[in-house]
Design a protein. Sequence first.
Length: 155
Amino acid sequence: MKTLILLVCCAAAFAQSPRYVATTGDVVLSGAATALTIQQPATSSKALQLQSAVVYCSVACTIRQAQNGTGATATAGTVLKISPNTTASAATVWTASNVGAGTATSPDLHLTAAGTMVLDLSKVILPRGAGIGTNYTVSIAAITGTANIAFFWSE
């Protein structure tokens, strides 16, 4: 009996929500901005629990965050599974996103040249069934340099 209880407790400890990542990849910009948006599709049965965003800029840059802009429609990105044996993500991601202006979720953040910043998004949940206007965007103001934005989340 003790062994059974131990096994049940261990199984619960190792059970985790599926985890995913999406990135812009290294984007070379010449006096241009870029953004990455994660959003709910038109219909979804899963809530998205954001965990973090990681931003890299080869030159000094300004990072902006916004939520619930008009749904993005271009350019579709790729979602990668982090957890093994994971089903496809309910989320859609958009690189070089054309998301509409949303509500700013923080003041502008400033990153030094060749810097990487991790943004804690663990309190951000995109609820299920809320449609494409339920999204979160991290953007980099216009620079001449290389940038990369990545989102990590679970469902």
